[in-house]
Design a binder for this molecule. Structure first.
Ligand code: GLP
Length: 261
């Protein structure tokens, strides 16, 4: 696991975007794992700026979203299908036909989740998975006690997650109670993972995910099992880590050929 600690939230977005841009430059038809939430917004803005200035082309890339609410209308502005279209597909100039979001409206949700994992496999697997982390340590919508072997499936949202996401809805009661999410096993299958976190509200979750024991109580700790995970955080989100000096030393001495910025 590589831990990169940077001064500001904007730096986090810029550096994570540089890593993703490197992946797409090396493989124009790369498969991107797309996250929603506030954490990756600076990544998408930074990638969109590269697309706008002509230094990056993601039109051949495809994408798979991490998760979706169950039962939310497709046209609802906070459905993840709508969020991915608005925050990612349009600004980055991705081909909408190549971007998939789990179908939280399917009559047969189990079939929809099975087909989602099959579609990821058919596409050759995710080349780089973008992730945020919830204050309770969730990644995707894999709430505490999610199995490390889990695949894409239906989950009940933790009350604290519904509260955290209420800011996006007119009425907190409108936040759906269920979701479809890629499983921790699905996420671990990605060839590369980049998790971003900003602000003191994420400091405990980051410390548990990076330095805590492997534990289903902190789904983010599953990334310790991933052979190629990069964690990019600002100083505030890094505040509860103990090996901070080592992480900074390692990044400062990263070999030139391994650098992506
Ligand atoms: C959300 C999403 C996650 C996200 C997390 C943190 O509910 N399902 O993918 O990483 O919770 O959200 P935010 O980035 O807004 O803090």
């Amino acid at each position: 696991m590589e831990i990169i600690i940077l001064p500001t939230p904007e730096d986090v977005g810029r550096v994570a975007a540089a890593l993703i841009a490197r992946v797409v430059t090396d493989k124009p038809d790369a498969v991107l794992g797309l996250a929603t939430g506030s954490s990756p917004l600076d990544i998408y803005r930074s990638l969109a700026a590269r697309v706008a200035d002509g230094s990056l082309d993601v039109s051949q890339a495809s994408g798979f979203a991490l998760d979706e609410y169950v039962g939310i209308p497709l046209e609802h502005p906070e459905s993840y299908a709508a969020v991915i279209a608005r925050d990612v597909v349009e600004p980055l100039g991705m081909d909408p036909a190549r971007v998939r979001v789990p179908d939280g409206r399917a009559a047969d949700l189990e079939k929809a989740t099975r087909e989602y994992d099959e579609a990821i496999a058919l596409a050759g697997g995710v080349d780089i998975q973008i992730l945020g982390i919830g204050a309770n340590g969730h990644i995707g919508f894999n709430e505490p006690t999610s199995s490390f072997a889990s695949r894409t499936r239906i989950k009940t949202l933790a009350p604290s997650t519904r509260e955290a996401n209420a800011r996006f809805f007119d009425d907190p009661a409108d936040v759906p109670t269920h979701c479809l999410t890629q499983g921790l096993g699905t996420i671990l299958d990605a060839k590369r993972v980049v998790l971003v976190a900003q602000g003191s509200g994420k400091a405990a979750a980051i410390a548990r995910a990076v330095e805590g024991p492997l534990a289903a109580m902190c789904p983010g700790s599953a990334l310790q099992l991933h052979p190629h995970a990069t964690i990019v955080v600002d100083e505030a989100a890094a505040a509860q880590l103990t090996l901070t000096d080592y992480y900074k030393y390692t990044y400062a001495n990263k070999p030139e050929w391994q650098r992506f910025e």
